[in-house]
Design a protein around this ligand. Structure first.
Ligand SMILES: Nc1ncnc2c1ncn2[C@@H]1O[C@H](COP(=O)(O)OP(=O)(O)OP(=O)(O)O)[C@@H](O)[C@H]1O
Ligand SMILES: [Mg+2]
Length: 212
């Protein structure tokens, strides 16, 4: 299965979510790979510091759209779960990522700026759908706080869009940053609330994949 994590805005949590889902899947016994499509190579760096004491996750960097299309089937044959960690650039690569994913996750932070970027994303999404009609996609609220009115308003605004929103949300937690710089996912870290929320996210994603 291929799970693509993409957005048109930088710094919304694509790499964090790719890594954390990968870690949860690896602990469930799946063979997991991340394809890092960003030239910043955050996930490639993350895997470089990941200890061999933890379940293995293969991370490969592919930053070219044609190379991605050429190699994806081979990767899919060798792994149960392939996560594509997207790039923020508006490019052919984003369209390719949208088309390749069995499931596309679109992280979004509940701020006005991210919502505006989403309008542009929807145009891009519609274009991709002219190439593949049924793209399974869901928004994922990252750094979400249900106690903040604006956050809830944005959650409601997303409900009006054609793309659904996952029930699971991620809060702003230092654990995400700390685990990342240790080559870990929060599932392997000490913050039990963070661990619980990524577990919920992983289970919801698995349910969606099973329903495909
Ligand atoms: N839920 C969270 N709580 C706290 N920090 C977070 C959370 N999600 C992401 N971050 C932090 O925000 C920063 C940006 O996240 P990340 O690198 O995952 O975004 P990205 O979408 O992959 O960015 P880019 O577009 O540059 O690739 C990182 O420092 C990450 O640790
Ligand atoms: Mg990234």
């Amino acid at each position: 299965m291929i799970i693509a994590i993409t957005s048109l805005k930088g710094g919304v949590g694509k790499s964090t979510i790719s890594q954390n889902l990968a870690v949860c899947f690896a602990h469930m016994g799946y063979r997991v790979a991340i394809i890092d499509t960003d030239t910043n190579a955050s996930s490639v760096h993350w895997s470089g510091i990941r200890s061999e004491d933890h379940p293995p996750i293969t991370v490969m960097g592919i930053t070219d759209s044609n190379a991605l299309r050429k190699n994806i089937r081979q990767v899919e044959e060798n792994y149960d779960m392939v996560l594509i960690d997207g790039t923020p650039a508006i490019s052919k690569l984003v369209s390719t990522i949208l088309i390749l994913g069995d499931l596309v996750l679109i992280p979004i932070r509940p701020s006005g700026l991210d919502i505006w970027a989403t309008e542009k994303f929807m145009e891009h999404f519609d274009q991709a759908r002219s190439l593949k009609e049924h793209i399974q996609a869901r928004f994922l609220l990252n750094e979400f706080n249900p106690k903040v009115n604006l956050n809830r308003d944005i959650q409601k605004a997303l409900d009006e869009l054609e793309i659904g929103t996952l029930q699971a949300t991620l809060r702003h937690r230092i654990a995400y940053e700390e685990a990342c710089v240790m080559g870990l996912g929060v599932y392997e870290y000490r913050d039990t609330k963070a661990k619980r929320e990524v577990t919920q996210l992983t289970n919801e994603v698995l349910d969606l994949l099973k329903a495909l």
